[in-house]
Design a protein. Structure first.
Length: 155
């Protein structure tokens, strides 16, 4: 093994991002430290995003940058346009989009083909299921907050 493996830095950055997320969540537990917790968690997201871009096998940089740019503009615009009384509905939609993205990523990785370790398959399926539940639950929350769904959903 001659030379330096860039994957070492990427994995270290992901570990640091996970730490920052957890630390940020812990700080959000108290109203006094919640604002700082959001900053720490945001720093974790920045580190995770930069680590993703630094992955040696990464492709589609332009597509990812365009998607991030569009999402940033749309989120900023909707955040400025929505009345404060409708903010819970917007948060429900944003949460649902995160869950939907997790479900889609898990499904795409499973359908990509090739041999996968059992742990990979279990985690991809679990991520897809949890993401789909978060997506559907957030849509139900949005509909209830908006007044479009008055009766509980029963199976």
């Amino acid at each position: 093994m001659n030379g330096f493996d860039p994957q070492f830095l990427v994995k270290g950055a992901y570990f640091a991002a996970a730490f920052l997320f957890i630390f940020g969540l812990k700080r959000m537990a108290s109203p006094k430290t919640a604002r700082g917790g959001i900053v720490w968690a945001g720093a974790g997201m920045l580190v995770a995003t930069l680590a993703t871009f630094a992955t040696p096998q990464m492709e589609n940089f332009i597509l990812m940058l365009v998607a991030m740019g569009l999402a940033t503009v749309l989120a900023w615009w909707s955040g400025r346009r929505v009345a404060m009384t409708d903010m819970p509905q917007m948060v429900a939609l944003y949460n649902g989009m995160g869950g939907g993205a997790a479900a889609a990523i898990g499904a795409v990785e499973l359908l990509r083909g090739g041999e996968h370790a059992l742990a990979f398959v279990v985690l991809a399926v679990a991520g897809s299921i949890i993401g789909a539940i978060a997506f559907s639950g957030s849509l139900i929350a949005f509909a209830k907050l908006q007044g479009w769904m008055r009766k509980p959903v029963r199976f």
